[in-house]
Design a protein around this ligand. Structure first.
Ligand code: HEM
Length: 446
């Protein structure tokens, strides 16, 4: 039985893909500003470009995960969503938030903290939209939590922890926190680190659903191993944030616990995709549908990022890498190589079920290869920038000398960034067409 169309799910995916397209545009413009610092300096400086890019790409992650959940939940529970009115309210609120934040950025209205650099009152709208989503999810699924697959746990955890962390990320507004730099930095990074964990739970849950659907084997998502890895992921979400706070003189116990836990990060998902691929290849020897190919690349990125994450989590290494482009490589490697690829796999699966033949084009497969090859060069150039900066600081080079040393890396970063965009466009454009069409189509439960 094929997936039924979900208009709200499709609308969320259209918003997500639109955000990604815009986010990529601002990413490339930001990359150009690395090489040509005066480019657009007056109207759209790097200080504006960066938050605009980061907000839009994070919106891509949240909205596409949300869209996928709107498709998968009715399928899992074999019934309609609890309330289509709440679902419409959710998508309308999301569109309003996106418009307010982006127009605010263009008008120069910033605020908040890193990753959430808009006026804090907008958080009220975000919380309202999220509560609406949570009600619809939990009432539709009505989980007994005694016998539900691991992806329901994963989605539920992501939903609950996003609500907790978005509130926690606003604690800096209270004098008790913002009057004390250690408390402020610790709480801020704790909230943001766990917020990343919450979106990972939403994304990973959808990947588990996709893998189950592709093999038809429902037992895997009830297995002890799946639940062991889920709890390991939950431990990461709750405790690994400590590796962001090595720079503040906080408790050594917290730092040690988070370091040990960081070691397990990503291994969880990597192991699950690895076992699934083995099983899939046993069942369907020569079949390599698009979601399978994308998940295979994601698996490679998981292991590549795992090596980097473990390295930069070592406190003595972190002392040098913190605040350099190596941290940016870690953040972009994970959000592009893992989150974006996993989400594209979910969208491909949905698209292939609601609009069959459209995604069989060779251009799509070439796009996957181009994007991944360019991402490797892009990622290495960021690590190169980081190493170059560390050595310039060690040698006590002046700013001008350091920038000269960095320039070749900036150029590679910019050019490979443009190729990532071309590769992504080869995938996004056909997906965009399918989801725009399905957002106008009637919902008929199959
Ligand atoms: C799916 C695509 C992408 C995602 C998910 C993504 C994600 C991110 C994230 C999370 C950050 C913040 C990093 C941090 O906090 O350290 C960032 C920064 C940035 N990204 Fe991207 N990015 C994408 C594509 C691109 C592309 C194609 C370019 C083009 C060159 C680009 C250029 C930049 C720049 C210039 C920054 C600022 C780095 C700095 O602070 O110096 N991004 N991106």
């Amino acid at each position: 039985m094929k997936l039924s169309n979900s208009r709200v799910g499709s609308l969320f995916i259209v918003i997500a893909l639109g955000s990604l397209l815009l986010g990529l545009l601002f990413g490339v413009l930001g990359g150009l500003q690395y090489v040509f610092p005066d480019f657009l300096k007056v109207h759209l400086s790097f200080q504006k470009m960066r938050p605009l890019h980061v907000y839009l790409v994070i919106n891509w992650i949240f909205c596409s995960a949300t869209g996928a959940i709107y498709f998968f939940v009715p399928e899992y529970s074999c019934k309609q969503l609890f309330s289509s009115v709440l679902a419409k309210m959710h998508v309308a609120l999301q569109a309003i938030i996106l418009i307010i934040v982006v127009t605010g950025f263009f008008a120069g209205i910033f605020g908040g903290r890193e990753y959430l650099e808009f006026p804090p009152w907008i958080i009220i709208l975000i919380i309202a939209a999220w509560i609406v989503f949570m009600i619809n999810f939990f009432v539709t699924v009505k989980p007994s939590f005694k016998h539900v697959p691991v992806y329901i746990w994963s989605w539920s955890t992501g939903l609950i922890f996003f609500l907790i962390t978005i509130i926690e990320a606003q604690l800096w507004l209270l004098p008790f926190f913002n009057n004390n730099i250690i408390r402020d930095v610790t709480v801020q990074w704790k909230a943001m680190g766990s917020m990343v964990g919450s979106w990972n739970m939403l994304v990973y849950g959808s990947s588990m659903f996709v893998m189950e659907r592709m093999t038809g084997d429902k037992t895997v998502n009830f297995s002890k191993k799946a639940f062991f890895f889920y709890f390991l992921g939950l431990t990461n979400l709750m405790f690994n944030w400590g590796h962001h706070t090595y720079i503040v003189p906080s408790s050594h116990v917290v730092q040690t616990i988070s370091y040990v836990i960081s070691m397990t990060e990503l291994l969880i998902l990597g192991e699950m995709i690895y076992s699934w691929r083995k099983k899939y290849l046993l069942l369907y020897k020569n079949k390599r549908p698009l979601p399978f190919r994308i998940l295979t690349y994601a698996e490679v990125w998981i292991f590549v990022n795992l090596i980097l994450s473990i390295t930069i989590s070592i406190p003595s290494v972190n002392f040098y890498t913190h605040g350099t482009h190596i941290t940016v490589a870690h953040a972009m490697g994970a959000t592009i190589g893992i989150n974006t690829l996993l989400l594209l796999a979910s969208l491909c699966l949905i698209a292939s079920e609601i609009a069959e033949d459209v995604l069989k084009s060779k251009a799509f497969t070439r796009g996957i290869v181009l994007m991944n090859a360019s991402l490797l060069i892009f990622w290495l150039s960021l690590i190169g920038m980081g190493i170059c900066k560390i050595s310039a600081v060690q040698q006590q080079n002046g700013f001008y000398e350091m920038m000269n040393k960095l320039l070749p890396y900036f150029k590679v970063f910019m050019v490979s960034g443009i190729f990532i965009v071309i590769g992504l466009l080869m995938m996004i454009v056909p997906l965009f067409k399918i989801f725009i069409r399905s957002s106008f189509q009637k919902e008929i439960r199959k």
